[in-house]
Ligand binder design. Sequence first.
Ligand code: GUN
Length: 298
Amino acid sequence: MVSAAPSRAPAPRIIDGRAIAARLIQTVAAEVHDHAAACGVAPGLAVVLVGEDPASLVYVRRKIAETRRAGMRSIEHRLTAATSEAELLALIDALNGDPGVNGILVQLPLPAHIDAGKVLDAIDPMKDVDGFHPVNVGRLSTGTGGLIPCTPLGCMMLLDTVIDDFRGLNAVVIGKSNIVGKPVALLLLERECTVTVTHILTRGLAGIVRGADILVAAAGSPGLVRGDWVKPGAVVIDVGINRIEAAGGKHRLVGDVAYEEMAHAGAITPVPGGVGPMTIACLLANTARAARNQQDGR
Ligand code: GUN
């Protein structure tokens, strides 16, 4: 846990996700360069977007741009919202069999007529850079390797910049999603934290959060966590990215944590500029890792 100096007015250490992500991307770019020199071709990431969900379009554009900036090949498949499940499964099958594709990402959510579970199950676990395939979920739960979901991996990298020894710390996760809540809880457990997984319907949520040395807020509820929920010195990772209306008909992004009430926290991630940039950096790191694993025949 980070402790504030007693004589100064409390101010949390700001965990700069943009800077940490930029350093990770530099490392990945160097690895990509070496991979291309050894194999004659840079790692390739296939991104599949079905439909026109505006938030997904923004995320996918960013993922593609950063993939290219890191020196990797970006293979894009933009399909209409009318694409059938069978057509999408046929595309996944082709990507699985294409040696030029090292990573496959199907942007979620998918249109309602497509069974997302079926689609994720169809991705070759070796190419599953999201870490959503049951094989990788199983590996994570048994602590036996595999590709780890990007946002939880990014959360752990951010925590590593402020915590040396996780053993025995109380970690509270708010959110039980397959994308963030469940996998980040498993990663914290792997570090020997005492982990409590909560969600928006948890009774006595504030009281549980008050016991946290580490708080990961991934509820998707703007400003849910108030200042008096967080104990002095706690490390707060805010995964929430909520677009709310601001003055003058404008919008702004806020997290799940009431940031301006967190002066007593030991360290905190801002929104934007905290967890968000790490998700894409970890996607690139996972793609480089998948390419390495495939090259090594693992
Ligand atoms: N939609 C929201 N977050 C994610 C993510 O991490 N991966 C994919 N594939 N879709 C998402």
